[in-house]
Design a protein around this ligand. Structure first.
Ligand SMILES: [Fe+2]
Ligand SMILES: [Fe+2]
Length: 214
């Protein structure tokens, strides 16, 4: 048997294939059971379903960004150990992607039409962070995840009280994202400069406001 060596072109095709699968789905089969399965949303009004659908669309777009960030970083991260850790986290994000996608469909709405744009931007940012060096790319993961935990807490408050299914998904996600931040910090994440943190907050605000509508 011969061992095939992969050229940069092969890798490019592989990443392109991964990107198309992520953006145009369907999401890969989740590795864990969906906690929402034994919950119900029977008491939701049409208005509440619409709000829940919008919130879950934002969270799905956020998960598209998470995939792109991790995939972008995996391309440029230097230490194999760090690369491995990021790929593992990206795998866990697959569950989030699949669960939010399922929930969006159940609520009768669509994923964000701008997902290709969110993916491209996040991939580029992830690749840049990876290029800056491992302590910075881990710092970027830690800060992203911390901001996502705060965002999910806000969404859990805004979610209609009768939407037990979306709630179960977001609670599991919040737990996972918090753990991703801890893993990154323990692996040697640097604390990002304050202006970068603020820029990240601003960018995610633009994304969440837009994905709410389209
Ligand atoms: Fe996630
Ligand atoms: Fe995460």
């Amino acid at each position: 048997m011969t061992n095939r060596t992969y050229s940069p072109f092969d890798h490019l095709i592989e990443h392109l294939d991964q990107a198309l699968h992520t953006v145009f789905g369907p999401a890969p089969r989740p590795s864990r059971a969906n906690r929402a399965k034994d919950k119900d949303d029977a008491g939701l009004t049409a208005q509440e379903r619409e709000l829940a659908g919008r919130l879950m669309r934002i969270n799905h777009a956020g998960e598209i960004c998470a995939q792109a960030l991790y995939q972008g970083q995996a391309v440029t991260a230097k230490l194999p150990e760090v690369r491995g850790k990021m790929e593992q986290a990206a795998q866990e994000e697959n569950d989030h992607l699949a669960w939010t996608e399922t929930r969006i469909r159940e609520l009768g709405t669509h994923v964000s039409f701008l997902n290709p744009l969110w993916y491209a931007g996040s991939f580029a940012v992830g690749a840049l962070a990876g290029m800056a060096g491992d302590k910075w790319s881990l710092g970027f993961v830690a800060e992203t995840e911390k901001q996502v935990v705060k965002h999910l807490s806000r969404h859990l408050q805004r979610l209609p009280s009768g939407d037990h299914q979306s709630r179960a998904i977001l609670e599991q996600m919040r737990e996972d994202e918090g753990r991703h931040a801890t893993v990154a910090i323990e692996a040697g994440a640097a604390s990002l400069p304050e202006p970068i943190k603020q820029l990240m907050q601003l960018t995610s605000k633009v994304m969440t406001r837009t994905a709410h509508w389209i």
